[in-house]
Design a protein around this ligand. Sequence first.
Ligand code: BDR
Ligand code: CA
Length: 316
Amino acid sequence: MPPHNVIIDCDTGVDDALALLLALRSPEFNVLGITNVAGNVPLNKVVRNTLVVVEHSGKNVPVYQGASHALTGGAETAEYAHGSDGLADIGFPEPKLVKQEEHAVDYLVRTFMESAEPIDLITLAPLTNIALALLVEPRLEEHIHSLVMMAGGISGGNTTPAAEFNVWVDPEAADAVFRSHIPMTMVALDPIRQGGGIYPEDVDRLEKCGASWCWMASRLLRVQRTRWEEYLGHPTPASPPDLAAMGVALDPTLAEAQMLPVVVETGGKHTRGMTLVDRREGRMRFRSGQEPNVNTVLSIDNARYRKLVLDTWLED
Ligand code: BDR
Ligand code: CA
Protein backbone atom coordinates (compact mmCIF):
# COMPACT_ATOMS: atom_id res chain seq x y z
CA MET A 1 0.00 0.00 0.00
CA PRO A 2 1.40 3.47 -0.86
CA PRO A 3 1.57 5.85 2.12
CA HIS A 4 -1.43 8.14 2.79
CA ASN A 5 -0.95 11.81 2.01
CA VAL A 6 -1.66 13.81 5.15
CA ILE A 7 -1.53 17.40 6.35
CA ILE A 8 -1.30 18.04 10.10
CA ASP A 9 -2.61 21.18 11.78
CA CYS A 10 -1.24 21.67 15.30
CA ASP A 11 -0.33 24.07 18.12
CA THR A 12 2.92 22.38 19.05
CA GLY A 13 3.08 21.77 22.75
CA VAL A 14 4.24 18.56 24.41
CA ASP A 15 1.60 16.18 23.08
CA ASP A 16 1.52 17.69 19.57
CA ALA A 17 5.30 17.15 19.45
CA LEU A 18 4.86 13.47 20.28
CA ALA A 19 2.11 13.10 17.68
CA LEU A 20 4.28 14.78 15.03
CA LEU A 21 7.20 12.48 15.82
CA LEU A 22 4.90 9.48 15.37
CA ALA A 23 3.48 10.74 12.05
CA LEU A 24 6.85 11.79 10.67
CA ARG A 25 8.50 8.43 11.48
CA SER A 26 5.60 6.33 10.20
CA PRO A 27 5.99 4.60 6.81
CA GLU A 28 2.16 4.70 6.51
CA PHE A 29 2.10 8.49 6.15
CA ASN A 30 3.44 10.90 3.58
CA VAL A 31 3.28 14.16 5.56
CA LEU A 32 2.93 16.86 2.91
CA GLY A 33 2.97 19.81 5.27
CA ILE A 34 2.35 20.99 8.83
CA THR A 35 0.19 24.03 9.50
CA ASN A 36 0.39 25.92 12.78
CA VAL A 37 -2.15 27.83 14.81
CA ALA A 38 -1.99 29.63 18.16
CA GLY A 39 -3.05 27.41 21.04
CA ASN A 40 -0.89 25.87 23.73
CA VAL A 41 1.55 28.80 23.39
CA PRO A 42 1.54 31.95 21.24
CA LEU A 43 1.97 31.38 17.49
CA ASN A 44 5.68 32.30 17.24
CA LYS A 45 6.53 29.66 19.86
CA VAL A 46 4.26 27.09 18.17
CA VAL A 47 6.14 27.56 14.88
CA ARG A 48 9.52 27.42 16.59
CA ASN A 49 8.55 24.23 18.42
CA THR A 50 7.27 22.60 15.24
CA LEU A 51 10.59 23.28 13.50
CA VAL A 52 12.44 21.82 16.51
CA VAL A 53 10.32 18.66 16.31
CA VAL A 54 10.72 18.29 12.54
CA GLU A 55 14.48 18.56 13.00
CA HIS A 56 14.49 15.86 15.70
CA SER A 57 12.37 13.60 13.46
CA GLY A 58 15.20 13.46 10.92
CA LYS A 59 12.79 14.55 8.15
CA ASN A 60 12.27 17.86 6.38
CA VAL A 61 8.60 18.74 6.00
CA PRO A 62 7.41 22.31 5.26
CA VAL A 63 5.87 24.23 8.17
CA TYR A 64 3.29 26.99 7.56
CA GLN A 65 2.31 29.70 10.02
CA GLY A 66 -1.43 30.31 10.39
CA ALA A 67 -3.85 32.14 12.66
CA SER A 68 -2.55 33.94 15.73
CA HIS A 69 -6.00 34.41 17.31
CA ALA A 70 -9.39 32.77 17.51
CA LEU A 71 -12.07 33.93 15.06
CA THR A 72 -13.51 36.26 17.69
CA GLY A 73 -10.10 37.54 18.76
CA GLY A 74 -8.93 35.79 21.93
CA ALA A 75 -5.76 33.72 22.21
CA GLU A 76 -5.90 31.59 25.35
CA THR A 77 -2.77 29.53 26.03
CA ALA A 78 -1.85 26.57 28.26
CA GLU A 79 1.69 27.10 29.57
CA TYR A 80 0.54 25.53 32.86
CA ALA A 81 0.45 22.20 30.98
CA HIS A 82 3.20 22.63 28.36
CA GLY A 83 5.81 24.87 30.07
CA SER A 84 6.69 28.45 29.21
CA ASP A 85 8.29 27.45 25.89
CA GLY A 86 5.55 24.90 25.08
CA LEU A 87 8.03 22.00 25.07
CA ALA A 88 8.19 21.46 28.84
CA ASP A 89 11.15 23.86 29.27
CA ILE A 90 13.58 21.02 28.55
CA GLY A 91 15.86 23.38 26.63
CA PHE A 92 15.84 21.93 23.10
CA PRO A 93 18.25 23.97 20.93
CA GLU A 94 16.97 26.54 18.43
CA PRO A 95 16.10 25.00 15.03
CA LYS A 96 18.07 25.56 11.85
CA LEU A 97 15.00 24.89 9.67
CA VAL A 98 12.79 27.87 8.81
CA LYS A 99 9.08 28.23 8.16
CA GLN A 100 7.55 28.74 4.71
CA GLU A 101 6.49 32.21 3.55
CA GLU A 102 3.00 31.12 2.43
CA HIS A 103 0.20 31.52 5.01
CA ALA A 104 -1.16 28.24 6.41
CA VAL A 105 -4.71 29.00 5.26
CA ASP A 106 -3.55 29.70 1.68
CA TYR A 107 -1.49 26.50 1.77
CA LEU A 108 -4.48 24.43 2.94
CA VAL A 109 -6.81 25.84 0.28
CA ARG A 110 -4.25 25.53 -2.52
CA THR A 111 -3.10 22.03 -1.65
CA PHE A 112 -6.51 20.43 -1.09
CA MET A 113 -8.08 22.14 -4.11
CA GLU A 114 -5.26 21.31 -6.52
CA SER A 115 -4.45 17.76 -5.50
CA ALA A 116 -5.47 14.93 -7.79
CA GLU A 117 -4.71 12.46 -4.98
CA PRO A 118 -6.77 12.12 -1.78
CA ILE A 119 -5.32 14.00 1.19
CA ASP A 120 -6.36 13.35 4.80
CA LEU A 121 -6.33 16.11 7.39
CA ILE A 122 -5.37 15.59 11.04
CA THR A 123 -5.96 18.39 13.54
CA LEU A 124 -4.48 18.54 17.05
CA ALA A 125 -5.35 22.13 17.88
CA PRO A 126 -8.01 24.84 17.90
CA LEU A 127 -9.78 24.68 14.53
CA THR A 128 -9.20 28.31 13.50
CA ASN A 129 -7.08 27.58 10.40
CA ILE A 130 -9.57 25.02 9.12
CA ALA A 131 -12.56 27.30 9.68
CA LEU A 132 -10.78 30.15 7.88
CA ALA A 133 -9.88 27.87 4.98
CA LEU A 134 -13.55 26.80 4.71
CA LEU A 135 -14.58 30.47 4.70
CA VAL A 136 -12.09 31.32 1.96
CA GLU A 137 -13.06 28.29 -0.16
CA PRO A 138 -16.37 26.60 0.83
CA ARG A 139 -15.80 23.84 -1.77
CA LEU A 140 -12.87 22.68 0.39
CA GLU A 141 -15.17 20.38 2.35
CA GLU A 142 -15.54 18.21 -0.76
CA HIS A 143 -11.77 18.02 -1.19
CA ILE A 144 -10.73 16.96 2.32
CA HIS A 145 -10.77 13.18 2.07
CA SER A 146 -11.12 12.70 5.83
CA LEU A 147 -10.49 14.58 9.06
CA VAL A 148 -9.29 13.07 12.33
CA MET A 149 -9.38 15.59 15.18
CA MET A 150 -8.20 15.63 18.75
CA ALA A 151 -11.09 17.70 19.96
CA GLY A 152 -13.86 17.79 22.48
CA GLY A 153 -15.19 15.68 25.27
CA ILE A 154 -18.08 13.24 25.41
CA SER A 155 -18.69 13.47 29.13
CA GLY A 156 -16.98 16.77 29.97
CA GLY A 157 -13.97 18.98 29.39
CA ASN A 158 -10.53 19.71 30.78
CA THR A 159 -10.33 23.50 30.47
CA THR A 160 -13.79 23.96 31.94
CA PRO A 161 -16.14 21.25 33.26
CA ALA A 162 -17.84 21.40 29.86
CA ALA A 163 -15.12 22.31 27.35
CA GLU A 164 -11.97 20.64 26.06
CA PHE A 165 -9.07 23.03 25.33
CA ASN A 166 -9.02 22.84 21.50
CA VAL A 167 -12.73 23.62 21.28
CA TRP A 168 -12.73 26.08 24.18
CA VAL A 169 -10.07 28.28 22.55
CA ASP A 170 -12.15 28.82 19.39
CA PRO A 171 -15.73 27.50 19.66
CA GLU A 172 -16.91 29.42 16.57
CA ALA A 173 -14.22 27.76 14.47
CA ALA A 174 -15.06 24.33 15.88
CA ASP A 175 -18.74 24.98 15.16
CA ALA A 176 -17.98 25.76 11.50
CA VAL A 177 -15.94 22.59 11.11
CA PHE A 178 -18.44 20.32 12.91
CA ARG A 179 -21.24 21.73 10.74
CA SER A 180 -19.28 21.04 7.53
CA HIS A 181 -19.73 17.86 5.49
CA ILE A 182 -16.14 16.69 5.86
CA PRO A 183 -16.10 13.01 6.90
CA MET A 184 -14.80 13.42 10.44
CA THR A 185 -13.60 11.35 13.38
CA MET A 186 -13.42 12.93 16.82
CA VAL A 187 -10.88 11.63 19.32
CA ALA A 188 -12.22 13.35 22.43
CA LEU A 189 -10.84 13.25 25.97
CA ASP A 190 -12.91 10.25 27.05
CA PRO A 191 -11.10 7.39 25.27
CA ILE A 192 -7.80 8.92 26.43
CA ARG A 193 -8.92 9.10 30.07
CA GLN A 194 -9.61 5.38 30.38
CA GLY A 195 -6.32 4.59 32.13
CA GLY A 196 -4.30 3.61 29.06
CA GLY A 197 -1.20 5.26 27.63
CA ILE A 198 2.54 4.77 27.28
CA TYR A 199 4.11 2.87 30.19
CA PRO A 200 7.29 3.77 32.14
CA GLU A 201 9.11 0.72 30.71
CA ASP A 202 8.26 1.98 27.18
CA VAL A 203 9.89 5.29 28.00
CA ASP A 204 13.00 3.45 29.30
CA ARG A 205 13.25 1.56 26.00
CA LEU A 206 12.96 4.78 23.99
CA GLU A 207 15.65 6.44 26.09
CA LYS A 208 18.11 3.68 25.20
CA CYS A 209 17.40 3.69 21.45
CA GLY A 210 19.82 6.50 20.56
CA ALA A 211 17.89 8.12 17.67
CA SER A 212 17.10 11.84 18.00
CA TRP A 213 13.32 11.23 17.77
CA CYS A 214 13.42 8.52 20.48
CA TRP A 215 15.42 10.77 22.72
CA MET A 216 13.03 13.70 22.27
CA ALA A 217 9.97 11.48 22.73
CA SER A 218 11.37 9.92 25.92
CA ARG A 219 12.13 13.33 27.45
CA LEU A 220 8.65 14.65 26.66
CA LEU A 221 6.87 11.48 27.83
CA ARG A 222 8.79 11.47 31.10
CA VAL A 223 7.78 15.06 31.83
CA GLN A 224 4.17 14.41 30.85
CA ARG A 225 3.89 11.35 33.09
CA THR A 226 5.53 13.06 36.07
CA ARG A 227 3.19 16.02 35.75
CA TRP A 228 0.12 13.79 35.70
CA GLU A 229 1.35 11.70 38.63
CA GLU A 230 1.76 14.88 40.68
CA TYR A 231 -1.67 16.03 39.61
CA LEU A 232 -3.49 12.74 40.24
CA GLY A 233 -1.48 11.68 43.28
CA HIS A 234 -0.91 8.12 42.00
CA PRO A 235 1.20 6.37 39.30
CA THR A 236 -0.19 6.65 35.77
CA PRO A 237 0.98 5.97 32.22
CA ALA A 238 1.67 8.96 29.96
CA SER A 239 -1.49 9.68 27.97
CA PRO A 240 -0.86 12.59 25.57
CA PRO A 241 -4.19 13.27 23.79
CA ASP A 242 -2.65 14.26 20.46
CA LEU A 243 -0.49 11.12 20.35
CA ALA A 244 -3.58 8.97 20.85
CA ALA A 245 -5.39 10.84 18.06
CA MET A 246 -2.42 10.30 15.76
CA GLY A 247 -2.46 6.60 16.65
CA VAL A 248 -6.12 6.41 15.60
CA ALA A 249 -5.37 8.35 12.39
CA LEU A 250 -2.62 5.85 11.57
CA ASP A 251 -4.69 2.80 12.40
CA PRO A 252 -8.46 3.38 12.73
CA THR A 253 -8.92 -0.27 13.79
CA LEU A 254 -7.38 0.68 17.16
CA ALA A 255 -10.61 2.52 17.95
CA GLU A 256 -14.12 1.46 18.80
CA ALA A 257 -16.25 4.28 17.37
CA GLN A 258 -19.85 5.15 16.60
CA MET A 259 -21.48 7.72 14.30
CA LEU A 260 -23.23 10.14 16.67
CA PRO A 261 -24.83 13.58 16.43
CA VAL A 262 -22.37 16.18 17.79
CA VAL A 263 -22.86 19.95 18.00
CA VAL A 264 -20.63 22.66 19.45
CA GLU A 265 -22.00 25.05 22.07
CA THR A 266 -21.01 28.62 21.17
CA GLY A 267 -23.28 30.31 23.71
CA GLY A 268 -23.97 28.96 27.16
CA LYS A 269 -23.17 30.71 30.42
CA HIS A 270 -21.36 27.63 31.73
CA THR A 271 -21.06 25.44 28.65
CA ARG A 272 -19.38 27.52 25.92
CA GLY A 273 -16.99 25.30 23.95
CA MET A 274 -18.78 22.07 24.89
CA THR A 275 -19.14 19.31 22.30
CA LEU A 276 -22.67 18.09 22.95
CA VAL A 277 -22.73 14.41 21.97
CA ASP A 278 -26.16 12.81 21.67
CA ARG A 279 -25.74 9.27 22.99
CA ARG A 280 -29.46 8.64 23.42
CA GLU A 281 -30.86 5.61 21.69
CA GLY A 282 -32.95 5.45 18.48
CA ARG A 283 -36.11 7.49 18.34
CA MET A 284 -35.19 9.77 21.23
CA ARG A 285 -32.11 10.86 19.31
CA PHE A 286 -33.85 11.55 16.02
CA ARG A 287 -36.27 13.95 17.73
CA SER A 288 -33.36 16.37 18.21
CA GLY A 289 -33.14 16.90 14.43
CA GLN A 290 -29.35 16.52 14.33
CA GLU A 291 -28.29 13.60 12.16
CA PRO A 292 -25.26 11.54 13.24
CA ASN A 293 -22.40 13.59 11.78
CA VAL A 294 -19.25 12.57 13.66
CA ASN A 295 -17.50 9.21 13.94
CA THR A 296 -16.96 9.42 17.69
CA VAL A 297 -14.18 7.34 19.25
CA LEU A 298 -15.41 5.61 22.40
CA SER A 299 -12.36 3.54 23.32
CA ILE A 300 -8.85 2.71 22.12
CA ASP A 301 -7.13 -0.69 22.27
CA ASN A 302 -4.22 0.32 24.48
CA ALA A 303 -2.00 -2.72 23.93
CA ARG A 304 -2.12 -2.25 20.16
CA TYR A 305 -1.71 1.54 20.47
CA ARG A 306 1.44 1.13 22.60
CA LYS A 307 2.83 -1.39 20.14
CA LEU A 308 2.18 0.92 17.18
CA VAL A 309 3.95 3.83 18.88
CA LEU A 310 6.94 1.78 20.07
CA ASP A 311 7.36 -0.15 16.82
CA THR A 312 7.29 3.06 14.80
CA TRP A 313 9.92 4.87 16.84
CA LEU A 314 12.20 1.90 17.49
CA GLU A 315 12.08 0.49 13.99
CA ASP A 316 15.13 2.21 12.48
C1 BDR B 1 -5.55 19.33 23.77
O1 BDR B 1 -5.26 20.65 24.24
C2 BDR B 1 -3.88 20.91 24.14
O2 BDR B 1 -3.38 21.42 25.34
C3 BDR B 1 -3.22 19.64 23.77
O3 BDR B 1 -2.13 19.89 22.91
C4 BDR B 1 -4.30 18.83 23.10
O4 BDR B 1 -4.37 19.10 21.73
C5 BDR B 1 -6.06 18.52 24.92
O5 BDR B 1 -7.21 19.11 25.46
CA1 CA C 1 -2.53 20.21 20.59
